[in-house]
Design a protein around this ligand. Structure first.
Ligand code: NAD
Length: 280
């Protein structure tokens, strides 16, 4: 078994981006990411802090807008519209979840498609379905980078994704299809999950259930990517029972230190991409 070191792969993505940011700046374009945080969810505060810190490390300008939980949809949309109109801002991110009672869809919808670096808008999802240029959600994009870092061919492989969310499972299925894998998406209504997952050359777990993937669900020599982030007795763990599965697979990602660092790196990637597009 070989470990896929997400921190290391993320570092190499960030090195590439650092050089690209420096080049853009020489040409008078300073990549800029605006991050909006509403409410006081501790996990969201940590995520936002890490995003801003990473942006600064790469020379990307960051703007941060924080609101308490009494903020209204209208106030958030007003800020987003100002940022939409500001040509020096290349990416706009609204940290989810929003405080209870706010309509996330309505708020996210107000982000311009050209600055939707999370890739969640209907336009960007549609572009992904059609195989056209847009922004691809960061976590699935990071999964593809991790797979490519192994040097193994994706084309022709049987890929099984457990989880069909709009932010991970569905976009990842489309990306794997683009890489010419044969893709199956499993979910709560899938029958004989074990039989299906056992066919996977590439198995991705994006469920949110601690250690649900066990060795009897994994084919010998499979590449296993664990997207899950769960907390058990105060400790982070993935959707894959790592110790139980590790000897069965050819490659596996740890939690933490696997997909997590890639998500932030790909957010930076999308911001730089947006800055490059605006410079054209
Ligand atoms: P979600 O709750 O939106 O979706 C979970 C999916 O799992 C659903 O499609 C559901 O059908 C499926 N599912 C649930 N129970 C199942 C079961 N018993 N058998 C088969 N399928 C089942 O979650 P999400 O937003 O896609 O996130 C999934 C996990 O990935 C969570 O742990 C989340 O914290 C994590 N995550 C990590 C990152 C990262 O950066 N590493 C980013 C996003 C999400």
């Amino acid at each position: 078994m070989k470990l896929i070191d997400g921190k290391q792969v993320a570092e190499s993505v960030k090195e590439r981006l650092k050089a690209e940011v420096a080049k853009l700046k020489e040409n008078g374009v300073h990549p800029c990411l605006a991050v909006i945080l509403a409410g006081n969810d501790p996990a969201s505060q940590v995520y936002v802090k890490n995003k801003i810190k990473t942006a600064e490390e790469l020379g990307i300008k960051s703007l941060s807008f924080t609101f308490d939980e009494s903020v209204t949809e209208e106030q958030l949309i007003e800020v987003i519209e100002t940022l939409n109109a500001d040509a020096t801002v290349h990416g706009i991110l609204v940290q989810l979840p929003l405080p209870k009672g706010l309509n996330e869809e309505r708020v996210l919808k107000s982000i311009s498609d050209e600055k939707d670096v999370d890739g969640f808008s209907a336009y960007n999802m549609g572009q992904l379905v059609l195989g056209r240029e847009g922004f691809v959600p960061c976590t699935p994009l990071g999964v593809i980078e991790l797979l490519k870092s192994t040097g193994e061919e994706i084309s022709g492989k049987r890929a099984v994704i457990i989880g069909r969310s709009n932010i991970v499972g569905k976009p990842l299925a489309l990306l794997l299809l683009k890489e010419n894998a044969t893709v199956t998406v499993c979910h709560t209504k899938t029958k004989n999950l074990k039989e299906v997952s056992k066919e996977a050359d590439i198995l991705v777990a994006a469920v949110g259930r601690a250690k649900m993937v066990t060795d009897d669900m994994v084919k010998d020599g499979a590449i296993v990517i664990d997207v899950g982030i769960n907390r058990v007795d105060g400790k982070l763990c993935g959707d894959v029972d790592f110790d139980n599965v590790k000897e069965k697979c050819s490659y596996i990602t740890p939690v933490p230190g696997g997909v997590g660092p890639m998500t932030i790196a790909m957010l930076m990637n999308n911001t730089v991409l947006s800055a490059k597009r605006s410079a054209k």
